[in-house]
Design a protein around this ligand. Structure first.
Ligand code: IPD
Ligand code: CA
Ligand code: CA
Ligand code: CA
Length: 272
C-alpha cells in the first residue's frame, strides 16, 4: 500500500522534474537549429525533447533509482519488475514547439501496479503547473480545480487529436471528428494530449477523446481529470486500458452521451 504521505513525496518529485524540464524547453524556444524526423512523416524530435527528458531522468534517478521508467525518447528503463512505473513525456506537443506555436507541456505520471496515481504537467507557455495525486485532489498553480458543469453534448466544447499513424489507417479519428463537430459547439485540436487533459480538468473544455495515444501522453492527465471530478474510461465506458491507445475523458455529465456517439459514428463517406 502506498500511503498519502508517499504519494505527496512522489508528486513533489514529479513537480521538481517537470519544472526542471520546463526551463530547458523554454531555453530552446525559437532557437532550434535542427528538427529531426523519427520515422513517420511529421513525427518530430528536437534537442529540447532530448535534453528535457535527460533532465527528468536525472531527477528520478536521484530520488527513486529503483523505480521503472517509460520515457518517450528513451523507451523502458529498468527491468519492468517494480510496482512503480514513471511515464514521461518530456515535451508533449513537439510539432507545435518546432513551429513556434506555443502549445506544449511537460507531463510526468506515476503508475502504481499499472494504475495512474500521481501526475504533474507543466505548461511553460501559460506558466501553469497542474498537480494531482489519487485521493488528494487536483490543482493548478496550487489552487484546487474542477471540471465544467456543461450538462450535454449540444452545449459542449470538445478536443481531440490525430496520431502519427493517421495516414496509414482508416481508423484515424477523422469520422469521429466530423460526427462530433456536428453535434457540439465545436471540436478543437491542440496538438498536445496532456494539455487537452489539463483543459478538461480545469473546466475550459468539456471532453477529450483520442486513439493511438501512448501511456506517457496520458498518465498524468488521467489522475488530474479524475481528481478534478471528471471521468476517464475507454470509448465504451469500460475501465481505461492504458495500453489500448484509446481514451475518453470528460466532465462526467456528458460522458455516456459522448461514449454512445463515438460508438455509433457513421463512416466518413456519409459526410459531404
Ligand atoms: C503527440 C501529441 C498530440 C497527439 C499525438 C501525440 P508528441 O505527442 O500529444 O496531441 O495527437 O497522438 O503523439 O509527439 O507531441 O509528444
Ligand atoms: Ca506526447
Ligand atoms: Ca513528446
Ligand atoms: Ca513525439
Amino acid at each position: 500500500m502506498t500511503t498519502n504521505k508517499q504519494l505527496e513525496i512522489f508528486l513533489d518529485i514529479a513537480t521538481e522534474a517537470v519544472m526542471a524540464a520546463g526551463a530547458i524547453v523554454q531555453s530552446y524556444w525559437g532557437k532550434l537549429e535542427e528538427i529531426e524526423e523519427k520515422g513517420r512523416p511529421g513525427d518530430l524530435v528536437t534537442i529540447a525533447d532530448k535534453e528535457a527528458e535527460a533532465e527528468i531522468l536525472k531527477v528520478l534517478s536521484r530520488h527513486v533509482p529503483d523505480h521503472d521508467i517509460l520515457a518517450e525518447e528513451s523507451g523502458l528503463i529498468g527491468n519492468n519488475q517494480s510496482d512503480y512505473l514513471w511515464a514521461i513525456d518530456p515535451l508533449d506537443g513537439t510539432t507545435n514547439y518546432a513551429h513556434q506555436y506555443p502549445m506544449s507541456t511537460i507531463s510526468i505520471g506515476l503508475l502504481i501496479s499499472g494504475k495512474p496515481q500521481v501526475g504533474a504537467i507543466y505548461n511553460p507557455f501559460r506558466n501553469e503547473l497542474f498537480r494531482a495525486a489519487r485521493g488528494l485532489g487536483a490543482t493548478c498553480n496550487r489552487k484546487p480545480i474542477r471540471v465544467s458543469h456543461t450538462p450535454e453534448l449540444s452545449k459542449s466544447l470538445l478536443v481531440t487529436g490525430f496520431a502519427y499513424d493517421r495516414r496509414e489507417t482508416s481508423d484515424n479519428n477523422y469520422a469521429e471528428f466530423c460526427h462530433l463537430t456536428h453535434l457540439t459547439q465545436g471540436v478543437r485540436r491542440s496538438g498536445s494530449a496532456s494539455l487537452d487533459l489539463t483543459d478538461v480538468a480545469c473546466g475550459r473544455l468539456d471532453g477529450y477523446w483520442e486513439r493511438g495515444i501512448k501511456s506517457w501522453d496520458i498518465a498524468a492527465g488521467v489522475v488530474l481529470v479524475e481528481e478534478a471530478g471528471g471521468k476517464v474510461t475507454a470509448y465504451d465506458g469500460s475501465p481505461l486500458q492504458m495500453e489500448s491507445g484509446r481514451i475518453l475523458a470528460t466532465n462526467g455529465h456528458l460522458h455516456d452521451q459522448l461514449s454512445q456517439e463515438l460508438l455509433r459514428t457513421p463512416p466518413l463517406s456519409s459526410w459531404r
